[in-house]
Design a binder for this molecule. Structure first.
Ligand code: CA
Length: 253
């Protein structure tokens, strides 16, 4: 006899042709990487009810393969997985992709969460949680990250601020701001992902191409200069926010 939870899951939904058309055109695909099958079942139910298409992997290696093969729009990732764990997997994915990652954690240590965010997870949610909460967080992360991908124009605008990624030019209310190449790289990295927290090390890597531990604090000086040029009141920054103990993020409007 097949294992009950695996076989019923895949046969539960039979797609009609119309479903498949809809699926191809508009459905947002969530890749859930989670080894607790009961949880998978419940979350799948709620996510599908909310209109998402759900694909699943039960361990880290399978998750990595599915991510590469199925091109999902968001990864819902359990931290504690057999084989490659959630942190390693995040590292692997982030080498190649900016796909939104929502991390699920049962570990209570704040440190794990911070490392997760530092590695580039977009948000995390702690067990126990309600499935509704997970759906809400998935939607929130997608809203945030999808709003920050105006790739066609390469022009990011936030209020009076305009950042032309191709021309390497930043203007505020039509006035061009004179930024150094480092300041521009930092701003481009932050503003391309509003709401996402970047660690100093990540920003160092963005702006210098390499990052040496111990030099993270040089970022603070660049951010200070950037704020002086960018912000109406550099002492009460509205664009670039400090995230205490981690780094910086661009204000999500
Ligand atoms: Ca687990």
């Amino acid at each position: 006899m097949k294992s009950a939870c695996c076989s019923c899951e895949d046969s539960m939904k039979i797609w009609s042709f119309n479903d498949l058309m809809l699926y191809n055109v508009s459905m947002t695909k969530v890749l859930m990487i989670e080894d607790e099958m009961e949880l998978v079942k419940i979350l799948r139910l709620y996510l599908e009810k909310a209109g998402f298409s759900v694909t699943h992997a039960a361990n880290g290696n399978e998750g990595l393969n599915k991510w590469e093969a199925e091109n999902p729009d968001l990864v819902l990732l359990d931290l504690n997985l057999p084989g490659m764990d959630g942190l390693d997997l995040t590292r692997q994915i982030r080498k190649k992709s900016e796909i939104p990652i929502l991390m699920i954690t049962a570990r209570v240590e704040e440190m794990d969460r911070l490392i997760g965010l530092e590695l580039g997870a977009d948000d995390y949610i702690s067990k126990p949680f309600s499935p509704r909460e997970v759906v809400a967080r998935v939607k929130a992360v997608l809203r945030r990250t999808q709003g920050s991908h105006p790739k066609e124009t390469n022009l990011l605008t936030y209020g009076e601020l305009a950042i032309d990624l191709d021309a390497h030019q930043v203007s505020r209310a039509g006035t061009v701001l004179e930024l150094t190449p480092t300041e521009f790289s930092l701003l481009a990295a932050l503003a391309s992902h509003p709401g996402r927290v970047f660690s100093r090390l990540q920003l160092l890597e963005q702006s210098q191409g390499t990052a040496y531990e111990g030099y993270e604090r040089t970022i603070d000086a660049h951010i200070k200069n950037l704020r002086a040029k960018l912000e109406t009141d550099p002492h009460n920054p509205e664009c670039i926010e400090t995230v205490f103990g981690i780094g910086y993020r661009f204000h999500r409007s």
